[in-house]
Write a new protein. Sequence first.
Length: 178
Amino acid sequence: MKQPDIAFEIKTPTEEPKADLPADEAEMGTDTVNVEDVQTAAEADAPSAEETERQNLRENLRRYLGEEDTMFSKEMIRELLGGAGLVGLLRHNWKLLSLIIFFSMVYVSLGYFTREKMIENDTLSKNLLDSRYKSLTLSSELRERTLGSKVESQLKDTTLRQPTERPFCLPVEKEKAE
């Protein structure tokens, strides 16, 4: 791994060194810097290993994408097939990916559910149509059997016959309301 360059500012003293200070402190000027403070500041400013790895991946990707005529090298193919970039993408966007997977599962299950309901609807509509045709057939057969001429022809041994006289009206008296 390549260590990042740390920039230090060098300050030159604007005042002349004081005579009562030792030579080492006089050269540094009025500001004295503790070595431990510099090391802790450098450690705090230094990026972590994960950040440097991300930066290296970004630089490699920019280099590969930026150069149009770059031939694929073995290193580039290893990095692409290794899936380091894909793993980083999955690690950072796991909530979005889980949401997409959830909605795709809901979409597929609703598709199966509606398909099942459509098949059930088709079978029920066919059964209903068959039932209607059967009821029409039965009602027409019942009408045919209950016709007056059919009843007389089926009952030959009875005394029922066609009337030969005209029907007449019977007089009915209206009752007076009391």
